[in-house]
Design a binder for this molecule. Structure first.
Ligand code: C2E
Ligand code: CA
Ligand code: CA
Ligand code: CA
Length: 287
């Protein structure tokens, strides 16, 4: 069986030329990097928009490459997904995030940090061990299940029985699911029916330009139409919202006016090492 797989892979590699070889090398590199502990998790605060108050974080992985420096996930997550390495890499992010969130909870108390979110790829949801990996990460860290948010995207979710079963089990365990990049896919609305979501994250593309007044009455402003529709939908379905990619005070004001209460973006706080979040939480505690 191994020989057959190998032959098929070689044919594919020949057909595709150099990029596939580069991808094979990257797959090996990723494995080595994981074994050598080159991946780190940074956390981007999710804040209350009306008072710039940290209420949660999203975990984002970084690769500290010995010669290339810090590599962004856009450059290696696709390869990690293709090679399957996203499964052990994702498990590392999951365990690290649960451990860190539990530490924050112990240090700053239950009101300081409502939730910690992390991104989950379709490949992970297809892994038959994913649900038990999550359960183990919660047990081992002591993080209560309602503090964990798993962010999934439409492309990650719409295919597969295995995935819906996994998502329903996670939901039953009390873990909250967030629909990431909401509004960008072709079937965001079907997704709401297919997935037991608790949170929708309004994609950055709908936040971009939201502050610009196009001269028309607010209700007819095309730039705000999707953001407005999403918050109405969320309210109707009892879902929480997070607006992503906020880069200015004007965008905060426009989102608050539309009814968004929580957001994330470089203007509010950039992704940072855990110690940076600890400093923010310590400052909030002192207030
Ligand atoms: P995402 O889940 O949509 O994460 C948000 C991305 O937007 C992050 O990029 C974040 O740094 C960036 N961002 C936040 N605020 C702003 C802003 O105001 N302006 C702009 N221009 N960007 C902003 P990052 O960390 O490079 O991650 C890119 C993507 O890689 C993530 O998009 C996610 O899809 C994926 N990713 C990151 N970490 C993981 C992981 O641990 N597992 C998986 N499966 N995917 C991950
Ligand atoms: Ca995300
Ligand atoms: Ca997103
Ligand atoms: Ca994205």
């Amino acid at each position: 069986a191994k020989q057959g797989g190998k032959a098929g892979f070689v044919r594919y590699a020949e057909g595709m030329g150099e990029p596939v070889l580069a991808h094979m090398r990257l797959g090996g590199e990723l494995r080595r990097a994981l074994d050598d502990g080159e991946f780190r998790v940074v956390y981007q605060p999710i804040v209350r928009l009306d008072r710039n108050w940290v209420i949660g974080v999203e975990a984002l992985v970084r690769w500290h490459h010995p010669t290339r420096g810090v590599v962004s996930p856009a450059e290696f997550i696709p390869a990690a997904e293709r090679t399957g390495l996203i499964v052990p890499l994702g498990r590392f992010v999951l365990r690290e995030t649960c451990r860190q969130a539990a530490a924050w909870l112990a240090e700053f108390g239950p009101d300081a940090l409502k939730e910690a979110g992390l991104n989950v790829s379709a490949r992970q949801l297809h892994d038959p061990d994913f649900v038990s990996d999550v359960a183990d990460a919660l047990t081992d860290s002591g993080l209560p299940c309602e503090r964990l948010v798993l962010e999934v995207t439409e492309s990650g979710v719409l295919r597969g029985q295995q995935i819906s079963r996994a998502l329903c089990e996670l939901d039953r365990m009390g873990i909250r699911l967030a629909l990431d990049d909401f509004g960008t896919g072709e079937s965001s609305l079907s997704l709401l029916r297919a997935v037991p979501a608790a949170i929708v994250k309004l994609d950055k593309s709908f936040v971009d330009g939201i502050e610009i007044d196009d001269g028309r009455p607010a209700a007819a402003d095309a730039r705000q139409a999707v953001a407005r529709a999403v918050i109405q939908l969320a309210h109707a379905l009892g879902l929480d919202t997070v607006a992503e990619g906020i880069e200015s005070a004007e965008q905060v004001a426009a989102l608050l006016e539309l009814g968004y209460t929580r957001g994330q973006g470089f203007y509010l706080a950039e992704p940072m090492p855990a110690a940076g979040v600890s400093r923010l939480l310590a400052r909030q505690r002192a207030v």
